[in-house]
Design a protein. Structure first.
Length: 312
């Protein structure tokens, strides 16, 4: 047997040692506060979920239970209404409002979708004007938009209310929608995103005879899709959870959104502690759309943040 054969046979008998991942205990210990913080954040959500499915006697137990012993849907709709331990469910309240809780959910959905879509279109058009056109005074306009971000939004509550009242838009959908269309941060974000897109695309479209409206609609908007998806999450969540502004301008129960409907349950909890399950059930129904919306757009959200290319 030759030396080469022996060498090859020797190497063939050797087996590679399996790769052993070394655990970095220092890094794991550094993550421990994050795990604890996540637990602290999730506990209220867990309590909301289990309280929505508890019966009234179980809600009154002391110490409380962290798992429903007898899960029930009475907090949503109680067919045994009138008994000693029964309370009106979520879909049995607000009899004076046509549709009850579903009407409030419709109001929130309609206002959120309208404000999100229109504000993003306006912001994208403004960003296109500020970055891809030679509009006079565009630098001054951009500085003004950035400066408005430094003013606390509470400062504008009284001027906005007076303006809305003078225009006759209080206690109406217009009072919800019109003041919410101006989103300075969205314009700022889209401006930074558009600066990373070559100007040659716009110049080529102009050479081909495309109008500014067509360039914005057919070229700019498709390129802005990741950034618009990222901003849509922030705008939609903000409008869905909007409470203070509707509290100021809305007087009619039929125009309540979900946060205002939830706030009206506080008085019932004070007078009837068993209504806490109803409040938790209403909170759960109000939270589910935002969770679903985030997971549907999570990919676009991460991509939009990664590709934002924010620069001076």
């Amino acid at each position: 047997m030759s030396v080469k054969t022996l060498a090859s046979a020797g190497t063939a008998t050797k087996r590679p040692t399996p790769f052993k991942r070394r655990v970095n205990w220092a890094a794991e210990l550094a993550r421990l506060p994050l795990y604890l913080w996540a637990l602290v954040v999730l506990i209220p959500f867990w309590w909301m979920i289990i309280a929505a499915f508890k019966t009234v006697p179980e809600l009154m137990k002391n110490p409380p239970t962290f798992f429903p012993q007898d899960p029930s849907l009475d907090s949503f709709y109680d067919p045994t209404l009138g008994n000693k331990d029964s309370v009106e469910g979520v879909f049995q309240r607000w009899d004076e409002v046509a549709g009850g809780f579903l009407r409030f959910a419709f109001n929130s959905f309609w206002i959120t979708v309208t404000v999100t879509v229109i504000s993003l279109l306006i912001a994208s058009l403004a960003a296109y004007m500020l970055t891809k056109t030679a509009a006079p005074g565009r630098r001054i306009v951009f500085v003004t938009i950035i400066s408005s971000m430094m003013i606390p939004w509470q400062v504008s509550l009284i001027p906005n209310y007076l303006l809305t009242s003078d225009l006759g838009m209080t206690d109406s959908y217009l009072g919800y929608i019109i003041p919410g269309l101006a989103k300075a941060f969205v314009v700022f974000f889209l401006v930074q995103y558009l600066r990373s897109i070559p100007d040659d695309l716009v110049h080529a479209a102009r050479v081909d005879g495309a109008s500014e409206w067509r360039i914005w609609w057919q070229i700019i908007l498709p390129l802005l899709r990741p950034a618009l998806a990222a901003m849509a999450i922030f705008v939609a969540l903000g409008e869905w959870n909007n409470f203070l502004w509707p509290l100021i301008i809305i007087r009619t129960d039929e125009l309540f959104n979900l946060p205002m409907a939830l706030s009206s349950l506080n008085n019932s909890i004070v007078s009837s502690p068993g209504s806490m399950g109803v409040a938790m059930a209403a909170s759960l129904l109000a939270t589910l759309p935002t969770v679903v919306f985030f997971f549907l757009f999570q990919k676009h959200f991460i991509k939009g943040i990664a590709l934002s290319g924010i620069k001076a």
